[in-house]
Write a protein that binds this ligand. Structure first.
Ligand code: PLP
Length: 367
């Protein structure tokens, strides 16, 4: 039978193109500690993304933990979404802050600002929304709330690499934005991540925090982690940047094809991405409603039987995980979406025949 099709497949350059970078690392013997390739990647990413300051990290999770620390958040409540990957909520709890889970707008899958406002208390110190699937949050409304109540605003922008919104990088909104370069993301460095900030002072603070809080040989000014990205990872990032536009173009075509093929299947809805000027097409989520003959879980199994491994992003909700029981709250929109959503395979080398085959499976069950 056909090859298994997974929800994603990492983009990799030709191995031969990677070797010269490795030779350079072997020759100069600088492996980490913000060496030349690390510095070059920060510079090229600022240019490509259209942001002022970026600090690279070994992954997005440590970047999230460090971002909250960099803003001096030591106690209180942080409002966030239950409809996300566990790292978002984990970063709050790792900082001994209290996550307050607020429901989403089912149209965008992002946190609902009206509900955020209702959840603000005297203890609230920050809002941590997620640009889910790379779809922008209601950035103006959230910034207005943050200003009105003197709250910090940190975006988990793990899905938002390269997205532009209202004439600028989506990563420029909020006090800080955090991205991930994990293998499953649109742009990968095997593992990796970054914090985007607005001032040189903040970048310096973050750069120290990602290096144990070390200021100089005898001074340490924070109890923080080791979040540095190595030279090998940075080298891969430099290579990936050379082909990122082609990657995004290929993703756009796949997104278009899915939407065309799926538009007349009753009970299947593709989540709209219309808000974006420049999109990265990360993920292809569909919503399986009651009008479709199969449940989401049944369709998931049906696809699997055809060697297609879709993923239930994001299920279960944070508020339904055992480890988050003490922070439980009601989020009916998020609950419903998490029970109806399925992310279909989406990666640049997915060919049209494979897309057609996946759609055929979905179509057959609709009859
Ligand atoms: C991938 C992801 C992260 C974590 O990034 P890592 O680089 O894997 O640590 C955080 N938040 C969201 C929403 C993600 O999808």
């Amino acid at each position: 039978m056909n090859e298994p099709i997974y929800v994603t497949q990492p983009v990799l350059p030709e191995l031969a193109e990677f070797i010269p970078y490795l030779e350079q690392i072997w020759k100069n013997k600088i492996l980490t500690n913000c060496g030349p390739l690390h510095q070059q990647l920060e510079k090229e990413l600022c240019e490509y993304l259209g942001v002022d300051y970026i600090s690279l990290f070994n992954n997005g999770t440590i970047a999230l933990v460090t971002a909250l620390q960099a803003l001096g958040l030591e106690q209180g409540e942080v409002i966030t979404t239950p409809y996300t990957f566990v790292a978002t909520a984990h970063s709050i709890v790792w900082n001994k802050l209290t996550p307050v889970f607020v429901d989403i707008d089912p149209e965008t899958s992002n946190i609902d600002p009206k509900k955020v406002e209702k959840a603000i208390t005297a203890k609230t110190v920050a809002i941590l929304p997620v640009h889910c699937y790379g779809i922008p949050c209601e950035v103006e409304q959230l910034q207005a709330l943050a200003n009105k109540h003197s709250l910090k605003l940190i975006y988990d922008a793990a899905h938002a690499f390269g997205c532009e919104y209202q004439g600028q990088s989506l990563l420029n909104y909020g006090d800080l934005s955090v991205i991930s370069f994990h293998a499953t993301k649109v742009f990968n460095t095997f593992e990796g991540g970054a914090i985007i900030c607005h001032t040189a002072e903040m970048k310096q603070r973050i750069d120290r925090l990602k290096n144990f809080g070390i200021v100089d040989e005898t001074t340490v000014d924070g109890i923080s982690l080791n979040g540095k990205l190595s030279e090998v990872h940075s080298a891969l990032g430099l290579l990936q940047l050379k082909t990122i536009d082609k990657t995004l173009e290929a993703r756009q075509k796949i997104d278009e094809n899915y939407r065309n093929f799926l538009q007349n299947i009753d009970g299947i809805k593709c989540i709209s991405r219309l808000h974006l000027e420049k999109d990265n097409y990360s993920y292809f989520p569909i919503v399986i409603s009651e009008r479709y003959p199969l449940s989401r879980d049944e369709l998931f199994e049906k696809l699997k039987a055809n060697n297609v491994f879709a993923r239930k992003y994001f299920y279960p909700l944070m508020t339904d995980l055992n480890v988050y029981q003490q922070f439980k709250s009601e989020a009916p929109n998020a609950k419903q979406l998490s029970e109806q959503v399925l992310c279909l395979p989406m990666y640049p080398t997915l060919i049209i025949e494979q897309i057609q085959m996946i759609v055929d499976v979905i179509q057959e069950c609709a009859k």
